[in-house]
Every structure is written in structure tokens, then in C-alpha cells.
Design a binder for this molecule. Structure first.
Ligand SMILES: [Fe+2]
Length: 238
């Protein structure tokens, strides 16, 4: 598993905005560009059309959509997308409830993901993890190491990182997305940061439900390799 070509992640929707043209809100969406493919990871509560337009992304040119977990702030934009890009490949953690399944499969090639899946030469899905809110992360090999994209980390970010090791044989070097640390006591956040460091995580971009206070604590433990996400932020790994 070598590094390969550059991988780019653009944050399309987040609780914070880096660009005053785009209004922040509760939810998450990111666009992953890897090996010439464009993968939309979560859609936010509504399709972030203005940001996609600013990035000159034609919706019909998106190769696949991955939904991390079945919460509206992550999948709310799916139906709008399907109207613009009918037939698109859609991956969501199973079991997908019958009403959503019936609606989505009318206009997509729907994959009810139940186990780890190879999405491309350097891209994997962990498959659903956890029972309360089953959630999956996306893993992509970049020249800067293994990237893990997460929506909300409901099963726990440490658990998701451990599963990455089981699936790919490697720990994630970079984590980008929602870490679900908002509101936790600093002592608990410090413990999470220490565990991530032990697993081998070297860089974090905290978005959505990570929380501003948690980012500060993560930085105290891991240093300036921890940054805050935000709509309009693009990270390139080359
Ligand atoms: Fe969320």
C-alpha cells in the first residue's frame, strides 16, 4: 500500500465557516478527491450547493456518496442530490430503515453497507460500527499517510481508529471530521487524545461535533497538528 497521488478534502458544511460567503450550521459534509474520483462524504442537512458551485463541482461528476450514519444533519441533502444526479452510487450504513431505502433506491444505486468494503484502490469503508447509532468512517491512503474521514464518531473516535487498524493493518495518521467530544470534561478529552496518540494518529482536523473547547484540549496534548475545520477549508495531502 504505497502513498499514491495527492488526496484533497474540501469541507462543504460544518458548524463553523472559514469563508463568510457560506453560512455555518449544525451538520457535516466534505468532498474527497482521490485517484481522479470525487466522493461526497455526508451531505449536511441540505445539499451544500453554493460551496460545490464555488469549487466548480458539477453534481453529475460526483462518483459516489457515502453517508456516515443515518442522522439528518449528515444525510438531509441526499434527496436534493439524487434529483440532480440520478443513478449515483450511494453507500449508507445498514440496516437502512425501509422508508429511507424505498425513497433513496428510486434514484440511486443504493448500497446498504453491513461490513468493511473496498471502495477503490486506496479507499475503504469501515462498515457500520456500534449499535446505538451505527456509523462508518472512510479511509483513504494519501502520500502523507492514512486519512480517516468521520461524520460524528458516535461509536467513539478511539474505537473507529482501532477498527481502521483491523481493516487496513494501519492506524490512521490523519483524522478529519466530527469527533463527538463537545461537552465532555477536559480530563476525558485528554484521555482520548492520549489514546489517539498511542494508536499513531499524527494530525487532526476537528469539525462539527468536536467542539471548540475540545480542540483546545486536543492541542494541549498533541500540539499544533490539531486544527479546526470549517466550511471552505481545503486540505491537500501530497
Ligand atoms: Fe452529527
Amino acid at each position: 500500500m504505497s502513498g499514491g497521488s495527492a488526496v484533497r478534502v474540501s469541507i462543504l458544511f460544518d458548524n463553523f465557516s472559514h469563508d463568510k460567503r457560506f453560512k455555518a450550521g449544525w451538520g457535516f459534509s466534505a468532498l474527497l478527491e482521490v485517484e481522479g474520483k470525487r466522493i461526497l462524504f455526508d451531505t449536511g442537512p441540505h445539499l451544500p450547493e453554493a460551496v460545490l458551485k464555488s469549487l466548480k463541482v458539477n453534481l453529475r461528476e460526483i462518483d459516489a456518496v457515502v453517508i456516515s450514519h443515518l442522522h439528518q444533519d449528515h444525510y438531509g441533502g441526499v434527496e436534493e442530490l439524487l434529483i440532480h444526479a440520478p443513478g449515483i452510487s450511494l453507500y449508507a450504513p445498514g440496516p437502512i430503515p425501509p422508508d429511507l431505502k424505498a425513497s433513496w433506491q428510486l434514484l440511486s444505486t443504493l448500497n446498504d453497507v453491513r461490513e468493511p468494503l473496498i471502495l477503490g484502490e486506496r479507499v475503504w469503508l469501515t462498515g457500520p460500527i456500534g449499535t446505538k447509532v451505527p456509523e462508518m468512517a472512510l479511509l483513504a491512503q494519501t502520500p502523507k499517510g492514512l486519512l480517516m474521514l468521520v461524520g460524528c464518531a458516535h461509536p467513539g473516535i478511539v474505537e473507529l481508529a482501532r477498527r481502521s487498524v483491523q481493516i487496513t493493518g494501519k492506524s490512521p495518521d490523519i483524522i478529519l471530521g466530527g469527533l463527538h467530544l463537545m461537552g465532555l470534561r477536559p480530563r476525558k478529552i485528554r484521555q482520548v487524545a492520549e489514546e489517539l496518540k498511542l494508536i499513531g494518529v499524527k494530525r487532526i482536523t476537528g469539525c462539527h461535533c468536536t467542539g471548540k473547547a475540545a480542540i483546545k484540549v486536543l492541542r494541549e496534548v498533541m500540539g499544533p497538528v490539531v486544527t479546526r475545520g470549517g466550511i471552505g477549508k481545503t486540505e491537500e495531502f501530497s
